[in-house]
Ligand binder design. Structure first.
Ligand SMILES: [Zn+2]
Length: 340
């Protein structure tokens, strides 16, 4: 976790640390993050609790429809109100009142806390006591706009889907495994022996790479509106041979987002093996994934090992085995600021 903030603490990095690394007991933080990105476009830096309650409740009710478990505790007065609204037992006005009374009790205080510590950068100031609302800061107002804003929203949603899916499965953490569908480029989990799509692989991985190509740090896009889509690439290529089962190579530990120049440009990677320098970077990226809470953490640990040194040994062994078959290694020129 510390590494994530040390390398390049832009305001986007702080934002991502809040969304990706918070230890969630309920999904309110995701609803608030999504609402904040909407509200900052409204032209005023002050947002009353009344104005905040509509988008906040809308996002929670929307997710609650698809995933009934939005909290680790067995009952919540506010989530019950959202469920009643979804089933028609509560009107929009009653939901609005319930949101203002119960919806913000902890989330406004906890939003800027990551790993038990408040972040230096703050995206709003709590003015509930003096003005009955929150004041959006310059840091929030100057978060990247345009396609990057869409990417930030997609990242919130991807993280939210992963967390609520883990709660929904209700399994012990050791049993939750997130897998990647290479054709649909979706992450999925098994539920009652059926595959359930969770979220786009791109949106789930982008936050951990901070919107840059894994190999060359060129800016990448996870939405069609912002230029060519990034490729979901297998760091250790598929063609490694029968010695490495496809199941292992398809693991989340081996997936990175790459720009098209790197993956299939004139001097692109194709089926070549990245250098050991890049292998070190992959290890760092995987440690980022492990510092977020379930279910990616459990998946990575199950796939690559329980300790840092076990995970290093795993990567070394796979890389050596692949090198014996593929012989040549590959590394691109750097095309942007280093972020991992
Ligand atoms: Zn690249």
């Amino acid at each position: 976790m510390a590494n994530f903030l040390e390398y390049q603490p832009t305001r986007e990095n702080y934002w991502r640390s809040i969304v990706l690394f918070g230890r969630n007991v309920a999904s309110y933080k995701f609803a608030l993050a999504h609402a904040l990105l909407e509200l900052r476009d409204q032209g005023s830096d002050f947002v009353s609790l009344e104005d905040l309650s509509e988008p906040f409740a809308r996002h929670l009710c929307g997710h609650l429809k698809a995933a009934p478990k939005q909290s680790t505790s067995s009952s919540s007065r506010y989530l019950s109100a959202c469920a009643k609204f979804n089933s028609g037992e509560l009107s929009a006005v009653e939901l609005h009142v319930a949101t203002q009374r119960f919806g913000f009790n902890n989330v406004l205080d906890a939003f800027h806390v990551v790993n038990q510590q408040p972040t230096n950068v703050r995206f709003f100031v709590d003015e509930r006591k003096i003005n009955g609302g929150i004041r959006l800061t310059e840091e929030l107002l100057s978060l990247k706009a345009g396609p990057d804003r869409v990417a930030l929203i997609d990242e919130i949603d991807a993280r939210w889907r992963l967390v609520e899916t883990a709660w929904d499965l209700g399994l012990s953490k050791q049993l939750i495994r997130v897998e990647h569908d290479d054709d649909a480029q979706f992450l999925w989990v098994l539920k009652d022996r059926r595959r359930i799509s969770v979220t786009s692989s791109r949106a789930a991985l982008n936050g951990y790479q901070k919107g840059r190509c894994f190999y060359c740090f060129q800016a990448i896009s996870i939405t069609n509106s912002a230029g060519p889509l990034a490729d979901v690439d297998h760091f250790i290529p598929h063609v490694t041979g029968r010695s490495l089962p496809r199941l292992i190579v398809d693991g989340v530990w081996n997936l990175v987002l790459a720009c098209r120049d790197c993956n299939r440009g004139s001097s692109g990677k194709f089926a070549r093996l990245p250098t050991t320098g890049l292998l070190e970077r992959l290890h760092q990226r995987n440690e980022f994934l492990i510092s977020s809470h379930h279910p990616l953490r459990e998946t990575l640990i199950a796939q690559t090992g329980a300790t840092d040194s076990e995970r290093r040994s795993f990567l070394q062994a796979i890389h050596s085995e692949a090198k014996a078959n593929l012989i040549h290694v590959w590394e691109p020129p750097q095309r942007g600021d280093q972020t991992i």
